[in-house]
Design a binder for this molecule. Structure first.
Ligand code: AMP
Ligand code: ZN
Length: 492
């Protein structure tokens, strides 16, 4: 484990509804599974928020020195249009509409997904398995569930028998639903349904003649139910019991509830120790979603090409905007919120630059170690990134005081501050110092040019021009400071 202060990490477990001390199954190792995207269209910003949330979790565990196996799947078959096992396969439908092979759709949107997450500086998972690559494993699990008496076959399809399972297990324990309520609230099955009860869900579906994505099985030429792929892939790569399972809040029911049922029915074991659910990104107060069209695409934000935006924003600023909210809080997207995030982000980057020029003194007037521990405490409290960011702004305040000499740090404390700030900003939060790259460099050069012109004007006693430059920069959040060594600038 790397050198980090005293660590007791607490995680909010959706299963218990409480923050629990994290105890890995294997010392110093973490096994984590996160449900990946269904690759039938471009990922919207809401999807990205969930993956950024789990990237933070992945990064923090790595930062603490854990060896993490992070498995995130690609759903490339089996996800039907609605959750009640009805409708077309989402990928097959898109393929039909565009006259393409389903795997062309899968390829196109998997590439988009990878490119988009890379722009947000998300680390790739350790393993990224696909549903179609694990059909055999899914069939094996169905056989076990049938043998255990918790599934039945009808006309070549296999359904999970929820009522039977609930006699000896607790179906609904994750989502906090009671089966009796679900039964009371469900509609009668129509005569066409093969299910014994509306709560049952498909493990295997016989393919209709027009359903082109199909595989041989003991029951029919068909395809697996959506919930099954995650049980198959998590068990294969992380074992029958593993540490963390994550996904968006909207997957808690039925998807994750069904995953628990499938695992318990096939292995007799509760599969997951900590269930983590990331909350939704909203637009105009409503959940961003592909299906309703209430969404914004990451590339629209990076190019500024959307009527609700006043300008373009760098991906790292958008990432910062997301991390300014706790992963379990709802976050509403707006242009104003992005503008505010950009301002804050620039302040942090400017402070980093300022810190690199500060010299140590004999003594320290500020307790950096205590600040650092408080920053870890924030992350150890269920990955509380907004509190960590508040801590970073506290450091900014001190960096300004160190620069103007009202506070001092000795050499060791100064080094600790530099290393900690760097680690929190870039390793843990995964931000990128774009101010020191491309556009940041161009901006710096432009400001320096303006400072030179202002100084020339002052030498020529042309105070109208020099004041005009100073005021215009100030209006844009760039403050000039005249000192013995010349003129410096800081971002407000
Ligand atoms: P999907 O491709 O629809 O299966 O979604 C991929 C991931 O994005 C899942 O974990 C969803 O829970 C998550 N997700 C979908 N919509 C949103 C949203 N508006 N905000 C946050 N996460 C979302
Ligand atoms: Zn899943």
């Amino acid at each position: 484990m790397t050198q980090t202060p005293s660590q007791s990490l607490y995680i909010y477990n959706s299963l218990s509804g409480e923050k629990e001390l994290f105890k890995p199954i294997h010392p110093d190792r973490v096994g984590m599974y996160v449900c990946g995207p269904t690759v039938y269209s471009n990922v919207h910003l809401g999807n990205c928020r969930t993956f950024v949330s789990f990237d933070l979790v992945f990064r923090y565990f790595k930062h603490l020195g854990y060896k993490v196996r992070y498995v995130r799947n690609i759903t490339d078959a089996g996800h039907l249009e609605n959750d009640a096992d009805e409708g077309e396969d989402r990928i097959a439908k898109k393929a039909r509409l565009e006259s393409l092979e389903p795997m062309e759709i899968v390829q196109r949107y998997t590439v988009d997904f990878h490119e988009t997450l890379a722009k947000f500086n998300n680390l790739p998972p350790s393993i990224e398995p696909t549903a179609t690559g694990h059909i055999i494993e899914q069939i094996e699990i169905i056989k076990k569930i049938i043998d255990a008496g918790f599934a039945y076959e009808v006309n070549g399809s296999v359904y999970f028998d929820v009522l039977r399972f609930n006699q000896s297990h607790d179906y609904g324990k994750l989502s906090g639903r009671q089966l009796e309520d679900m039964i009371a609230n469900s509609r009668e099955l129509t005569g066409q349904s093969e299910k014994k009860n509306p709560q049952d869900f498909a493990l295997w579906k016989k393919a209709e003649p027009k359903h082109i994505m199909r595989w041989p099985s003991p029951w029919s030429l068909g395809f697996p139910g959506w919930h099954l792929e995650c049980t198959a892939m998590s068990t294969k790569y992380l074992g029958q019991q593993f540490d963390i399972h994550g996904g968006g809040m909207d997957l808690k029911f039925p998807h994750h509830e069904c995953e628990i049922a499938q695992s318990e029915a096939s292995t007799g074991q509760n599969p997951v120790n900590y269930w983590m659910h990331a909350n939704m990104l909203t637009l105009n107060g409503k959940k961003m979603a592909k299906s309703t069209g209430n969404n914004i695409l990451p590339n629209e934000i990076f190019s500024g090409n959307n009527a609700i935006l006043s300008k373009s924003f760098h991906p790292t600023v958008v990432r910062f905007f997301m991390l300014m909210a706790h992963y379990r809080s709802v976050l509403d997207f707006s242009n104003d919120a992005l503008v505010a995030a950009e301002k804050g982000f620039m302040r942090l980057m400017a402070a980093c630059q300022m810190l690199s020029k500060i010299d140590s003194k004999e003594t320290s007037s500020w307790d950096v170690a205590a600040w650092r521990q408080a920053s870890y405490d924030a992350m150890n409290d269920d990955f509380n990134s907004p509190i960590l960011i508040a801590q970073l702004f506290e450091a900014v305040k001190y960096i300004h005081r160190l620069a103007d000499g009202t506070e001092s740090l000795n050499a060791d404390d100064l080094q600790l501050l530099k290393e900690s700030l760097h680690a929190f900003l870039f390793d843990v939060l995964g931000l990128e110092n774009v101010v020191q790259t491309d556009s940041g460099n161009k901006l710096a050069k432009t400001v320096e040019l303006l400072i030179a012109i202002r100084n020339e004007a002052r030498t020529n006693r042309d105070f109208t021009t020099s004041d005009r430059i100073r005021d215009a920069l100030k209006d844009n959040g760039i403050i000039l400071k005249d000192g013995k060594e010349g003129t410096e600038y800081v971002l407000e």
